[in-house]
Each structure stands twice: as C-alpha cells, then as structure tokens.
Write a protein that binds this ligand. Structure first.
Ligand code: KIV
Ligand code: NA
Length: 283
C-alpha cells in the first residue's frame, strides 16, 4: 500500500473525506493503528501520561520522544508519522527549535512534527522549522504543555472573546505554514468556525463533529486508562471502543490463580522433553 503523504492528506481534505488519527508510542500500538488503516499516527507527548505515568505532559524529554518515534516508525508502513516536540524543546530560541525538530526527523525518522501555541515567538518557530524542510502541524485550544498557565486541563474558547482569539490563532498558524491543526477541547461552534475559515485540515479532539478529522489517544480509545490524570476513566469526549484494560486485568488474575493452584503450566504447556536414554543417564 502507498504511503499516506502530505499529498494524500490534501486530496482527502479537498474531497471532504474525514481524516483519521490515533496516537501510538511503541511498536505494537503503532502496528495496530497502521494496520487498521488510520491515516496519521501521532507520537504524542501524551506518552508522558499514558505510558510514563506522569501527571502532565511536561516531564517528557526530546530523547524520550525520539525513542518512542523510532519504535513507532519500525512498525508503520502506510500512515503519516507526526511527532510532538516536547515541552522545553522549542521555546527558548528558533535555532534550538529547528535543531529539536531535525532530531525527531533524522533520529526518530518522523515525517512531520507538531508543536503547541500560536502567538509569537511560536509562529516564527513554525516558519523556521518549515523552512528547514519539515512539515509542521499546529495545536490550539487546550494545549496541555501550558497547563500551568491555563490553570488546569479544561475546555477553551467558551467565551466569545476567547473563541475569536482561537480563530485568530488558527489563521496565524495557517499563515505561518502549518499543514494541519489539532483543535483540542473547544466548543463545537468554535472548531466549526475555524474549519470553515482556514484552508488546511483541522483534526479535532473534544472539538465536536465539524472538523476535517478526528484524533483520539490510543489508551483512551481502547479503554487502557491506567494513567494518573484520567484516574481510570476516559475523558468525556472520548468514546471507548473497547475495554482492553479490563481484559488485561482479568487475564493477569487468571494467570496468578492458575500458578498458585498449580494448574499452569501443566502438561499442556511443558513442551520440552528428553529422549528416554538421556533421561536414564540424567535421573
Ligand atoms: O499528545 C497527544 O496525544 C496529543 C493529541 C491529544 C492531539 O497532542
Ligand atoms: Na501532545
């Protein structure tokens, strides 16, 4: 199957076909997402929370993101792989930001990068990374790396003035050269307005029905919600398409019970034998 390139993304957007995106952080999750035919695999810095167990996305490092991206790339055959620039890897200077993005591409082998925010100096950073030859995805609304200034993980743009600002942010990101924009946790009307006024795809999460595409976090979608922030329930906007956490828990309890009751491995799972004459010498 042919790779899902920027060209394919544009074609899908222009023909108004919904774009699908899911996060992945390692080989098995990426294999699942790619073989399901999802268009975009996001190596999200949500890994900090869903994989590493942190309370926020802030602690994950560029090296962590490179390691996750490498594993994901080994698994993916078709999807576009986008990697998050983590907190601390693109704020202090444009040069530093370009170097960080280059590392995700050269070492991680990502196809594109994503960063959060839409006011200067961020727009300059978007332009510089794009000028270095790297496609950039934007991210507006709830931008989790700003959790401490936003005052928590909460919906954005619910007041008209804030909503208008979000539309401006999205326009600025398009002008700066982003090829798509994630819109997170905003009212449907706001995401819808952004989608109407800009000419690049919007990928929504908790942003209603009228974006160009949808993204969910792998662990939330599959009901593997054993991470601190969500305290074992998926966020309100997330539909759980399976309860894999429950399936895993029950399998692990069965293993424990069978070992303790000497049922496992039993004869059925003790495959290695010795020839009778060898056994005689040994026993
Ligand atoms: O890190 C992440 O998973 C994300 C998505 C929620 C868009 O940025
Ligand atoms: Na992210």
């Amino acid at each position: 199957e042919t790779r899902f390139t920027l060209g394919e993304l544009r074609k899908k957007y222009q023909s108004s076909k919904p774009i699908t995106a899911v996060t992945a952080y390692d080989y098995p999750s990426a294999k699942q997402v790619d073989s399901a035919g999802i268009d975009v695999v996001l190596v999200g810095d949500s890994a900090a929370m869903v994989v590493h167990g942190h309370e926020t996305t802030l602690p994950i490092t560029l090296n962590d993101m490179i390691t996750h991206t490498k594993a994901v790339k080994r698994a993916v055959q078709r999807a576009m792989v986008v990697s998050d620039l983590p907190f601390g890897s693109y704020e202090e200077s444009t040069d530093y930001a370009v170097r960080s993005a280059l590392m995700l591409i050269k070492e991680g082998l990502a196809d594109a990068v994503k960063l959060e925010g839409a006011i200067e100096p961020r727009l300059r950073v978007v332009r510089a990374i794009k000028n270095a030859g790297i496609p950039v995805m934007g991210h507006v609304g709830l931008t989790p790396q700003s959790v401490n200034v936003l005052g928590g993980f909460k919906p954005q743009g619910q007041k008209a003035v804030d909503a208008m600002q979000l539309v401006e942010h999205a326009i600025s990101l398009e002008d700066a050269g982003c090829f798509a924009i994630v819109i997170e946790c905003v009212p449907e009307a706001v995401a819808s307005a952004i989608t109407r006024v800009i000419n690049i795809p919007t990928i929504g999460i908790g942003a209603g029905q009228h974006t160009s595409g949808q993204i969910l976090v792998y662990h939330d979608l599959l009901g593997l919600t054993e991470h601190p922030h969500h305290s074992n329930v998926a966020p309100k906007f997330c539909k759980q398409y399976a309860q894999l956490g429950m399936v895993a828990r029950s399998a692990l309890c069965s293993f424990k019970a069978e070992v303790e009751n000497k049922i496992f491995p039993g004869a059925a799972f003790s495959p290695y034998t010795m020839q009778q004459d060898e056994l005689q010498h040994f026993a």
